[in-house]
Design a protein around this ligand. Structure first.
Ligand code: G4P
Length: 526
């Protein structure tokens, strides 16, 4: 197959949801279709040890939430599909934001009864900012849920998107009879508990008496609702979807394996193949002959017996080959990888080559940080992999003087992985850990102890935000840094940040120093 054909057949997407909406269940059903796993329930049949195939870390098993983001690839209808799983828990939102930089499109799972939940709002907002094409899957239709039109209105209003239903439910809860697949003009009938749904019934004309035969008393309601929907929603336009302007919606019940195949079949047809990516110097197109890629995630200790890390590299252009020399622009070094891996559900296997859209696992001994690129020699720095201002801050202190080195090493490596951000106060030289949620402090403490044998304690630092600062006037910037010395810290790249104790203090400082620009995101020009 040519490079062009390999690119055309790839679909790399992230699956996101508020916890408990059914992301894991849907992912497993998709993997089942691709033959990547054999039995869905097997990986989470027992609630006490409930975890998905994607949850590698011990801590996740303990907490029952998906802390890590991982990758699962499978083949379906000659398409190579790469699913990027994301942690649902809000404290790990930054991990999810970064994963979105490696995805060409997104599937958002929504619980039909709960509607749009907080975490969905945040994540869809990031997708919208990046103009990523989004498909919604409304899950748990077998449970009593919100009324269809009400739910669709809520999605449009809360998520500020324009939706296009490509399937329509027939009833809900105990009266859920199935869906009419508007995309394919087919009727899919639901039989609760039966994981191998009946073949679809082709029904081009919804006024056909066949509808009564299958949907009996619900037939008339379905017709009315479909007529109504025709008036309310515009017809599907693939280009608008690809531009991120409209979002198709599917209904189903992941646990019952219902509506999943329809979602998958439409997805592989309409979702974008690997897209071009911007760098600081030029646009890199997927079909550029020269290989390039960037690291969007670093994962430690896949195998708890070894302290190995794995860097997740998204191939952007060209073909990645095993055992070939590649250039690491930040370190200005050539590197060669003898055992790069691909991911197939819970298995990883060594690969010889990878194409745009693929995610390659590179064994990492501390040479990568998030955002690094690999090329065939060109100095490329991909844009759009920002750090977001943390929302919680604590001083971190060593409590075992014998383990000082281990602690520093552990902190450094966890920061490279993007678990949290490290700042050093210019005022007192103390280390400050900044995170999006409180849970990360526990994760850091746990991992420092279990992986590095180091112990730490925290001291609270009631701050509101860390703002990156710039100014076109160097003198004014210098004056500002001096005057606000007590509130300045350096980030891991040595960039100064202003630690604002409250929104009020931030606003006052902004007014006082009109020549200084304050940013909540580290990549302000990206
Ligand atoms: P998440 O990854 O988004 O957090 O959600 P997950 O798939 O773990 O699903 C959350 C719960 O919702 C699970 O139940 C799961 O079985 C259930 N679920 C998923 N899809 C459907 C569906 O279509 N219909 C119904 N009725 N339930 C669904 P649990 O009791 O929390 O866990 P488990 O004991 O079933 O594993």
């Amino acid at each position: 197959m040519t490079l062009f054909e390999e690119i055309r057949r790839r679909r790399t997407f992230a699956i996101i949801s508020h916890p408990d909406a059914g992301k894991t269940t849907l992912t497993e059903k998709l993997l089942l279709f691709g033959g990547a796993i054999r039995e869905a329930g097997a990986v989470k049949s027992n609630k006490a040890q409930r975890y998905a195939t994607s949850d590698f870390m011990e801590i996740e098993k303990q907490r029952g939430i998906s802390v890590a983001t991982s990758v699962m690839g499978f083949e379906y209808n000659n398409k190579k599909i790469n699913i990027l799983d994301t942690p649902g828990h809000q404290d790990f939102a930054e991990d999810t934001y970064r994963t979105l930089t490696a995805a060409d499109s997104v599937i958002v799972v929504i619980d039909a009864a709960k509607g749009v939940e907080a975490q969905t709002e945040k994540l869809v907002e990031v997708s919208r900012m990046r103009k990523t094409p989004v498909i919604f899957f409304i899950n748990k239709m077998d449970r009593p849920g919100k009324e269809t039109l009400e739910l669709l209105d809520e999605i449009e209003e809360k998520l500020k998107v324009t939706i296009i239903p490509l399937s329509w439910p027939i009833g809900a809860g105990i009266k859920f009879k199935g869906v009419y697949n508007i995309w394919k003009k087919e009727l899919n009938l639901f039989r609760p508990g039966d994981e191998t749904p009946d073949p679809a019934i082709i029904l081009q004309d919804i006024y056909s008496p066949l509808l009564e035969k299958y949907a009996d008393s619900s037939a008339e309601t379905l017709r009315e609702e479909l007529e109504l929907a025709k008036g309310v929603y515009q017809p599907f336009d693939q280009q608008k979807y690809l531009n991120g302007d409209i979002c198709p919606v599917f209904f189903g019940s992941a646990i019952n394996n219902f509506g999943v195949r329809e979602l998958l079949e439409c997805f592989i047809e309409i979702a974008p193949p690997p897209r071009a990516a911007e760098t600081e110097t030029r646009t890199v197109f997927a079909d550029d002959e020269q290989f390039s890629g960037f690291v969007f995630k670093i994962h430690a200790n896949l195998d708890p017996k070894h302290r190995t890390r794995i860097a997740f590299l998204r191939v952007v252009s060209g073909v990645f080959h095993r055992d070939q020399n590649y250039f690491h622009p930040r370190l200005k070094r050539n590197l060669r990888f003898g055992s790069p891996t691909s991911f197939m559900a819970d298995k990883k296997s060594v690969i010889d080559e990878a194409y745009p859209g693929d995610i390659v696992g590179l064994p990492d001994t501390g040479i990568f940080i998030i955002g690094d690129s690999l090329t065939e020699g060109e100095f490329l720095k991909f844009r759009g992999i920002p750090s977001f201002s943390p929302e919680q801050f604590r001083y971190i202190e060593n409590i075992n003087t014998m383990k000082y080195k281990q602690l520093n090493k552990g902190i450094e490596q966890l920061m490279d992985e993007g678990v949290a951000q490290l700042f050093v106060s210019r005022y007192n030289g103390r280390k400050i850990i900044g995170t999006v949620g409180a849970l990360q402090f526990d994760v850091i403490q746990y991992r420092l102890e279990h992986e590095y044998g180091a112990s730490c304690r925290y001291e609270s630092l009631p701050m509101f935000k860390a703002c990156w600062i710039t100014s076109s006037n160097e003198k004014k910037l210098k004056d500002f840094l001096e005057a606000e010395h007590a509130s300045i810290a350096d980030d891991i790249d040595g960039k100064p940040v202003f630690l604002a104790s409250s929104p009020w203090r931030l606003n006052r400082t902004k007014e006082e120093y009109p020549d200084i620009q304050f940013y909540f995101v580290s990549e302000w020009d990206g």
